[in-house]
Design a protein. Sequence first.
Length: 194
Amino acid sequence: MAETAAALRTVAHNVRAARTRAGLSLDELGRRAQVSKGALVALEKAQGNPNLATLVRLADTLGISVSALMQGPSEGRVRVVDADAVAPLWTGERGSEARLVLTTSGPAPVEVWRWRLEPDEEYPSHPHQAQVVETVSVVAGRMTLVVDGTEHTLEAGQTATFDGDTPHTYRGAGTRSCHLIMTVHLPPGPASIT
């Protein structure tokens, strides 16, 4: 419970700082990100429980990574993250989950995600901002990647990449869990908030 409260305080601080830096009012950020003003007020007061879709829309609108909204100050030159120590940002009804493990620093940051997709469970993602590129590498199992309405089956050992500014969906396929690593390559711009 204390970890969740601390994480929410970090997100609140980072959203407020990024919004202020961008010169956006709560109303304008809400309009652009399609998030209600009430939800933004609660979020900036470290209240509520924002879901992954809300965090993605806010990050895209603010031109930063999702993890830039969630991470505190850098702790050194090398960052080692145990994926199990990171809370899932999305969980499905059948046990699927997505964990944002980390985001690299630099002018064009990369988010690193670990996903588990259960058979026939899916996560539909709205289009990201222009120049976002996603790469999906299946480690075990099978998945269906749907990009702009076209389905692509990926097996263990296969990797696909696509422009993230179009509708896309990840769906578990086969009879067992699919494990994958997803990277989201963000366009150059501000990557961290401190």
